[in-house]
Design a protein around this ligand. Structure first.
Ligand code: V0V
Ligand code: CO
Length: 142
């Protein structure tokens, strides 16, 4: 069951400048940063609020580390902006399987490693009315 908006993924060209914008404009502080080589991103998680399922909602700021990565390709075509939304679930395997059974393309056979030790997969934007959609089980849930 999808129980929260885990994060909104925002593509940016310069992570440090974008972090500073969110800090100075809204007062959001960096909760966590990491490089995800497999996904081709350097990212910062800004925690917005805790959620009723015991997890939290974040903004995920994403700077590509390679031009041919998903975020690099998307930035070249669209410029900076909202790249994906992520729904949180205690069981990404079960939810991904159920959604695949409805005819939506799930991009990975098995969930991969996401931010802060989470397990993630993606649904194809063309099957989701133009929205790249991620499913996340946080490290605290698995
Ligand atoms: C591409 N398209 C999108 C899109 N990216 N539509 C909405 N939102 C996006 N973000 C559209 C694009 O405009 C094309 O439509 C069509 O899909 C094919 O796009 P493409 O440019 O040819 O790119 P592809 O097909 O090579 O790759 C698209 C996919 C790729 C979605 C398959 O981006 C992917 O594998 N994404 C999942 C991984 C990812 O995004 N990782 C970065 C975040 P037209 O022009 O043909 O109509 S990592 C992350 O979130 C982490 C680590 C975390 O949360 O923990
Ligand atoms: Co994400």
């Amino acid at each position: 069951m999808l129980t929260r908006i885990d994060h909104i993924g925002i593509a940016c060209r310069n992570l440090d400048e974008t972090v500073e914008f969110y800090r100075s404009t809204y007062g959001f502080e960096v909760h966590h940063t990491e490089v995800n080589e497999e996904q081709g991103v350097r990212e910062a998680m800004l925690k917005i609020n805790g959620t009723s399922d015991g997890a939290a909602s974040y903004l995920q700021l994403l700077e590509p580390i390679r031009e041919d990565s998903p975020v690099g390709k998307w930035l070249a075509k669209n410029g900076e902006g909202v790249h994906h939304i992520a729904f949180g679930t205690a069981d990404v395997d079960a939810d991904a399987a159920a959604i695949r059974d409805k005819g939506v393309r799930v991009l990975y056979d098995e969930p991969r490693t996401g931010s802060m030790g989470s397990r993630i997969t993606f649904l194809h934007p063309k099957d989701c009315h133009g929205v790249l959609t991620e499913l996340v089980t946080s490290a605290t849930e698995h």
